[in-house]
Design a protein around this ligand. Sequence first.
Ligand SMILES: [Fe+2]
Length: 191
Amino acid sequence: MGSATTNGSTENGATANNQRPAAEAVAYQGERLPNVPDDLVVPGILNLDFEEKLWVPQAPDVWFRPILFNVSQGYFVNLLRVRRSGILSRHRHSGPVHATVLKGKWHYLEHDWWATEGSHAFEPPGDIHTLEVPDGVEEMVTLFHVTGAYIYVDPQGNPVGVEDVFSKLASAKAHYEKVGLGSDYVDQFIR
Ligand SMILES: [Fe+2]
C-alpha cells in the first residue's frame, strides 16, 4: 500500500473514497487460472437481420436463438421471436428471469405492467403468469436470461410441462443438425 499524500490519494493511485488502484496498460503476466471456462462473445445480437436458420423453432410462429447455455449454473440466455398474437404460455419460474424487449411488446395477464420496446423486466422466482402478445404486434423479440425452469401450469397452478437449459440445448442441437450446421454448432454457446 502506498502512503497517503496531501490530496488524499496514495502512491498507487487509490484515494480515500475510492480504494481501486489505477491500472497500467499492461496485460496480466501470470498463468491462466485452472479450470476457468472460456469467455463467450456473440457479436451483433441487437442486429436481428441474421441468418434465418439460426432461429430454432419452438412452437408455431415462435422461435429462439441461443446465446448462452450455462449448464454449470442452470441458466440460459436467448432471443425469443414471436410472430403471432395471443397467449404464449402460462408458467411458473423456479429462478429469476431478466427480459429486455428489443421489438414489439407483451404483458402478463396477472400484472398491470407492459414489457415494451426498450424496457427491461425482472421476473422473480415463484412468479406465475400468463404471457400474451397483444393484437397488432406483428413481431416481438425479447432477450431473455432465464435461470432454472419454466414450469408450465394450468390455471390452478398444476404442472403440465417443463423447460430449462437442457431442453433448450436439446432442441437447438436437433435444429442445427437438421439445417446443416451440425449438432455441434451449439457447443460454442455452452459453458
Ligand atoms: Fe415468465
